[in-house]
Every structure is written in structure tokens, then in C-alpha cells.
Design a protein around this ligand. Structure first.
Ligand code: PEP
Ligand code: MN
Length: 338
């Protein structure tokens, strides 16, 4: 339920509403708007009638149900766009967020070279996995904490913000010590213990859509994070499994306008995993921005043919520069900047 306060209702009336919401066994989430404040009361659907009675409290304008099952993530709860701040970088505002870097951190030279190259091309956030969720247990699993240290060095050297994946709830605290944003990967989109932990972390979260997850599943996973108190969630469309085999996944760009309709959270697109081949990445990056995405996450490696993971879908620095040039043109056409 959403409890809409009257414009200018004093703080004591709001506090009384919060007290009553919690007394009824609901969690309250507050959005303070410029004109009025709204309170989202979330919890067991069966007690809705009791919440409805709060309409009689002083300062309350109305109590209305949130129809979507993802309550806090829905546009009903928050009609205006959420802008997530990764350090001072805004995601979801007019300027597009460009995240780029290798699939995995492999060595100091590799991550520093990657960082300098993507920065020179105009990216503002460096990606790179230190903990890699590989399909095969025999594939390179990442450098672990040493990889996190190397990412931190790359941040120091370039000023880029960093995003890196956390693959289980036990590592959230460790990864959060190093990174500016926590990435929850496709294979972990419904790892509820992990969603709970990143929901309690004080870092923004990049939540990637599972390869077999519906848009609603993705939003329900975002809801786990929001309901644990972390409102800084960025959604990522990264391709789903279909019967198509010409590409690694099928980048579901329908998800971009659908998510933009259903949620206030920023949405970015991953054309690297979405296609699985460097040759298609730039075209789908352009398409993602044209469809209304707030940014991109792109795999870039100084030597893709020597990469320990996802080399085939990684762009060389030169190709990434060309991607940026082309995306800038599309951005301009849709009223965004780079
Ligand atoms: C990645 O970003 O390298 C990655 C593993 O992505 P996904 O979780 O989308 O497969
Ligand atoms: Mn990858």
C-alpha cells in the first residue's frame, strides 16, 4: 500500500503514520518529494484492510494499493526516475553511464592497460571480475581478493569507479571494501541469500537479468534488494536463452522499454554477453541506447585473443573507441549525452 501524505503535513504526523505502519507488522519505506511525502507499507498482502484504515490519521491524504507484486521497484510507488550514484557518477540521468573493461581481472598489467584504454575512450566505470562464476569448474575462476586489490590500483591510477561481481553472500563485505558497485550476475539473480546481503550493503548494486528469467522475475529480485533497505539498484539486460544458436544469447531489447514503463530504476544493456561475439557488440550497443537504456556495460580487453574468459566477445581498445563514437551519435539523437 502507498500512504500519501498531505502536502506540507508536519513531521510528527508522518512519524505517527510510520509508527502505526510498523505496529501493524509492515515495513515502511519513505519517499520525500518536493511537495509531498509518500510512505510505502510493504508486507503480508492479507492485512491490507488494516492499512486502509490509516486513511483516518491526521495528515494522510489517501491510502492506495500498489498493484504490481514488485512494490518498491514499481512506478506506482515512485513515478519519477531514480538516479543511482556510483561515487559521483550518476546512472539514470541525462548522461549515459559507460562501464567497460575485461571480463576478468587477469594481471596488474592487463587491468591497468584496460583501465587506461577505456578511460581514454570516455568510459567512467571500470568493470572486471575477481570472482568469476564459470559454467565449468575447470575454467579460470578469477584472482579472488588479489583481483580486488588490482582493481583498486586501477582506480587509483585512473580515477575510474569500479564494479565487480560478488558470487556469494559470505563475500559481500570483502568485495564491498574494494568496489564502488557490487555486481550480481545472471547466474545469481535468484540467489536470495546474496540478494539479502547486498540489500544490507551500503554500495549500489548492478543486478543482471538471469538468462532464463522473465522481466517480472528480474523486478522481484530487485525488490529483495530494495526491501532490505538498499535503494541503489541498476538493472541490466544481458541476453536470454532462446532457440537461436547464431549468437551466445538473445539480447532482449524489448526489456528496455518494458522496464522503463514498469520501474523507476535505471536500466543498462550488456551487448557483450547479449551477443557473445565482438562483431555484433557495437550494433547492439547502439540499439540499446536507441531503445532507451541509461548506459552500457561492455567487455574490452587489450588482447582479446589471449583473454582468460570471454575473449571472443571482447572489443580491442580501438574497437571500443569506435563503439563510443557511434554510440555518441545515437545518444544525441535520443537526447542523451556521453
Ligand atoms: C560478466 O559480466 O562477466 C558476467 C559473468 O555476466 P553475466 O552474469 O551476465 O553472465
Ligand atoms: Mn564475461
Amino acid at each position: 500500500m502507498i500512504i500519501v501524505m498531505q502536502a506540507g503535513a508536519p513531521e510528527e504526523q508522518l512519524q505517527e503514520v510510520l509508527r502505526r505502519v510498523e505496529e501493524l507488522g509492515y515495513q515502511s519505506h519513505i519517499i520525500r518529494g518536493t511537495i509531498r511525502t509518500v510512505v510505502g507499507a510493504v508486507g503480508d498482502e492479507r492485512g491490507k484492510a488494516k492499512l486502509q484504515s490509516l486513511e483516518a490519521l491526521a495528515g494522510v491524504e489517501s491510502v492506495v494499493p500498489i498493484l504490481q507484486p514488485f512494490k518498491l521497484a514499481s512506478r506506482e510507488f515512485r513515478p519519477q526516475e531514480t538516479v543511482v550514484k556510483v561515487g559521483e557518477i550518476e546512472v539514470g540521468a541525462e548522461r549515459l553511464a559507460l562501464i567497460a573493461g575485461p571480463c576478468a581481472v587477469e594481471s596488474e598489467t592487463q587491468i591497468l592497460e584496460s583501465a587506461r584504454a577505456v578511460k581514454a575512450a570516455g568510459a567512467t566505470i571500470l568493470r572486471g571480475g575477481a570472482f568469476k562464476p564459470r559454467t565449468s569448474p575447470y575454467s579460470f575462476q578469477g584472482l579472488g581478493e588479489h583481483g580486488l586489490e588490482l582493481l583498486a590500483r586501477a582506480r587509483e591510477a585512473t580515477g575510474l569507479k569500479i564494479v565487480t561481481e560478488v558470487i556469494n553472500d559470505r563475500d559481500v563485505e570483502l568485495v564491498a571494501q574494494y568496489t564502488d558497485m557490487l555486481q550480481v550476475g545472471a547466474r545469481n539473480m535468484q540467489n536470495f541469500a546474496l540478494l539479502h546481503s547486498v540489500g544490507e550493503a551500503r554500495k549500489p548494486v548492478l543486478l543482471k537479468r538471469g538468462m532464463s528469467a522473465t522481466i517480472k522475475d528480474l523486478l522481484m529480485s530487485a525488490e529483495y534488494i530494495l526491501s532490505h533497505g538498499n535503494y541503489d539498484v541498476i538493472l541490466c539486460e544481458r541476453g536470454i536463452r532462446t532457440y537461436e544458436t547464431a549468437t551466445r544469447f538473445t539480447l532482449d531489447l524489448n526489456a528496455v522499454p518494458v522496464l522503463n514503463k514498469l520501474t523507476h530504476l535505471p536500466v543498462i544493456v550488456d551487448p557483450s554477453h547479449g551477443t557473445g561475439h565482438w562483431e555484433y557488440v557495437t550494433a547492439m550497443a547502439r540499439a540499446g541506447i536507441a531503445a532507451g537504456a541509461d548506459g552500457l556495460i561492455v567487455e574490452v580487453h587489450p588482447k582479446p585473443d589471449e583473454a582468460l574468459s570471454d575473449g571472443l566477445q571482447s572489443l580491442t581498445p580501438e574497437r571500443f573507441q569506435e563503439l563510443m563514437r557511434q554510440v555518441a551519435l545515437v545518444a544525441k539523437a535520443v537526447g542523451r549525452t556521453l
